[in-house]
Write a protein that binds this ligand. Structure first.
Ligand code: ATP
Ligand code: MG
Length: 420
């Protein structure tokens, strides 16, 4: 193993590709920020108990994928594998739900950790942007979140994604379905582990990716046929609102998702260019989660979109984001005196809000101009001894190639004017 290798299943974000990640985070969060969602940040780790209760003891995340650790003080912690449980925990701790303004709408962005088998699109450290709307049961809220995710992906230029939609029922109708499903599954030819899953989390069996399992599930009872009237009406309203908004979705009665706490609306965004790691994001309603972690009844809905897979989706579709150059002006000093003077101009430009950079290290004109080109700067400022003696700097427009002498004292103002 090389000394400079990131841990297995992880990778670094480095320029220039890292700029795309920032732009994706920005694009996903922009519609949320414009829709009343406030930013929340929680620790990268929590008491392991929170996830055991709030994600579910029967999920792969808790049983197999969680990074747990015991601190020197004896606390049992886990690196966060997902965001919802932490965000709800933090909202309850801060009493946000008591401020009288429901739903509490929050968005977050950060790193998540799962001990998974690394492969394309599946990492041990990945990044999500998520949203949670806490404390209100209203189909318009479910619709809002799906519409905002759709808007985010469209704003990035993604087109080959699909929205899968389902309802998981509630505490009235889901248990009846669960039992019918268990009865059906117990008669199938399944391995030991899957048989155990039938008893603790039978809906997850529907999510099994193996073809020989899927083949046996064709005649499985459908949750749709078991939904109670209230769940049916709720789901129809979500569908109607999405349709009215022009958001295209597919009904997918097999969609169950990995977490235990989902009720009613559940959805996934899949991208067709990603092979087997096709889910770019997902979410749903989790009316029982607050009580599960010891809080009051707070029906809520949320989603998390994977930043890594969204970037892969952009690459799969060949979408080039229109990322503006980070540097507008690049200064190239020739000689000691020019170095001091131009460094001053760069500082002045930066303070005026103009992105500027500088040829450090006293390189020659040729190397410095190469860096200027690479920076994407629209203008370069070049000055040598003779320029300074005349009280000017050479201002070069990198697009047109035109160059003119500008009085040193006016250089910053002239650039500000030209850059609008
Ligand atoms: P999968 O079925 O692919 O394991 P999941 O259901 O476990 O996904 P969620 O918990 O819903 O995923 O997380 C939401 C999003 O976070 C996913 O759609 C995906 O984009 C991203 N994500 C989840 N796990 C990983 C991972 N190990 N590496 C990269 N991205 C991930
Ligand atoms: Mg997973």
């Amino acid at each position: 193993m090389s000394t400079f290798q990131a841990p297995k299943g992880t990778y670094d974000l480095t320029p220039p590709r890292s700029a795309t990640f920032l732009a994706v985070r920005e694009a996903i969060s922009a519609p949320l920020r414009d829709s009343g969602y406030g930013y929340i940040e929680t620790p990268g780790f929590e008491n392991v108990e929170l996830f055991a209760r709030g994600v579910g003891e029967s999920t792969d995340i808790v049983t197999k994928e969680m990074y747990t650790l015991t601190t020197k003080g004896g606390d049992q912690l886990a690196l966060r594998p997902e965001g919802t449980a932490s965000v709800l925990r933090a909202a309850l701790e801060a009493n946000l739900h008591k401020a009288g303004n429901l739903p509490v709408k929050l968005w977050y962005s950060g790193s998540y950790y799962r001990y998974e088998r690394p492969q394309a699109g599946r990492y041990r450290h990945f990044s999500q942007v998520g949203a949670e709307a806490i404390g209100t049961e209203d189909p318009a809220l479910d619709a809002e979140l799906i519409i905002l995710a759709d808007q985010a992906y469209r704003s990035l230029g993604l087109r080959q994604f699909r929205i899968l939609l389902n309802s998981l029922g509630d505490k009235e109708c889901r248990p009846v379905y669960r039992e019918a499903l268990q009865t059906f599954l117990r008669d199938l030819d399944l391995d030991e582990e899957t048989r155990r899953r039938i008893e603790i989390n039978p809906l997850r069996v529907l999510d099994d990716k193996r073809a020989d399992v899927q083949k046996q599930l064709t005649d499985a009872p459908k949750l749709r046929d078991y939904l109670c009237d209230a769940c049916k009406a709720y789901h129809e309203e979500v569908r109607a609102l999405l349709t009215a908004a022009g958001v295209v979705f597919e009904d997918d009665e097999k969609l169950v998702r990995g977490l235990d706490y989902y009720t009613r609306t559940t959805f996934e965004f899949v991208h067709d260019g990603l092979g087997s790691q096709s889910a770019v994001g997902g979410g749903g309603r989790y009316d029982g989660l607050s009580e599960m972690i010891g809080g009051p009844e707070l029906p809520s809905v949320g989603w998390a979109l994977g930043v890594d897979r969204t970037v892969l989706a952009l690459e799969a579709e060949g979408v080039e984001l229109d990322l503006p150059a980070t540097t507008s002006v690049y200064a190239v000093p020739l000689g000691e005196e020019a170095r001091r003077v131009l460094f001053g101009v760069v500082t002045e430009l930066r303070r005026a809000g103009i992105a500027a950079d500088f040829a450090f290290g006293g390189r020659g004109l040729k190397g410095a101009m190469k860096s200027a080109n690479r920076s994407g700067a629209r203008y370069t400022l070049v000055a040598g001894e003779r320029d300074l003696a005349e009280g000017v700097v050479q201002l070069k427009d990198m697009e047109s190639g035109e160059q003119s002498a500008v009085p040193l004292a006016e250089a910053a103002a002239e650039l500000a004017k030209r850059l609008g």
